[in-house]
Design a protein around this ligand. Sequence first.
Ligand code: SF4
Ligand code: SF4
Length: 377
Amino acid sequence: MKYRKVKDTEVSVLGLGCMRLTTKTEDGKEVIDRDALEEMVKYAVDNGVNYFDTAYMYHNGESEIALGDVVQRLGIRSRIKIADKLPHWNLSCPDDVDRLINEQFGKVQTDYFDFYLLHDMSRKVWDEKIVKFGVIEKLLKYKAEGKIKHFGFSFHDDLDAFKYIVDSSDGVFDFCQLQINYADAAACHQAGLEGLEYAESHGLSVIIMEPLKGGYLANAAKHVENELPKDRSAVEYALDFLWDRKEVTVILSGMGNMEQLKQNIEYASRSDAGMLTDEERSKLMKAGEVFNKGANVQCTGCAYCMPCPAGINIPEVFKLYNLCASVYTWETGPKQKYAKLEGHADDCLKCRKCESMCPQHLKISEIMDDVDKTMQK
Ligand code: SF4
Ligand code: SF4
């Protein structure tokens, strides 16, 4: 495993994201498969991974509990770094900050977080929740007591908003978490590569999320793959695009099974800043441009928008809609799967409840009209 630093703390260049863990059905309910998680966490730690990222809302609140449980069972708390996040959705007064972080200490069975982030920052959330409720001052007290070792924020807005938050935060943050991959970089989506450089120039380490754009870059369409350099897998190139950048500290990957974990650990062990040639970098950016032309919706499948009151599985609907465009599937596969779903685009009530939760700021209710035209149940 290779390591980079956040301040003076060494972190593995590969982090285990706990947003898309392996699940199983128990009493008719989908729950995290804790035995599978234990096996993965053990293998990861034995092979040098020391960064584990969870959040209040992942797996409907079960991710924090499952991770805390597995860490206790394996007795590895002192060997790993745990990152958790404050959910702004649950903040309606300043006292909620204390209530939520203390609830999180309980759920994860720890009395400190190595990394603690304000989750899903945008200019609007920053102004209307973080500043308004004095969240920074509150959390700095936890940092002073040693209960937060490194303080940061995760971000989903545009470059101007990113600079605005960095500039307004008066140097309180040690790190930030950005969504960057070669497709988003090519589209200058969210903070982008300019944001990455801006973070570094302001003393912030950068953790990367969605390196494979919710898995889309792992199974890139033929016309996208054709643009990639040929001597590594599509996944390895997507990760190398980021490890190549000296500003990147950790790449979080939501590895769904042992095979993916083993593969990514192998890729991480080969990684290095400056590892790509100029030709490889420009091929990846070109592949990103081609990908962006093919995808209908820039949905990452995060499921923050769920549940939908009309019973529409929004990420699944968008996944199938994208498959129709970006995988060159003239065949009927995605449409057949769409027809079998319980809720369909034309069931949308236009309540827009989902839109306020979407970190990609998608106009979901409007896109549903396009989906309906294309997919037709
Ligand atoms: S706008 Fe449509 S898709 Fe979004 S939550 Fe409402 S019913 Fe569901
Ligand atoms: S529509 Fe937005 S919130 Fe919903 S899964 Fe896609 S990216 Fe996530």
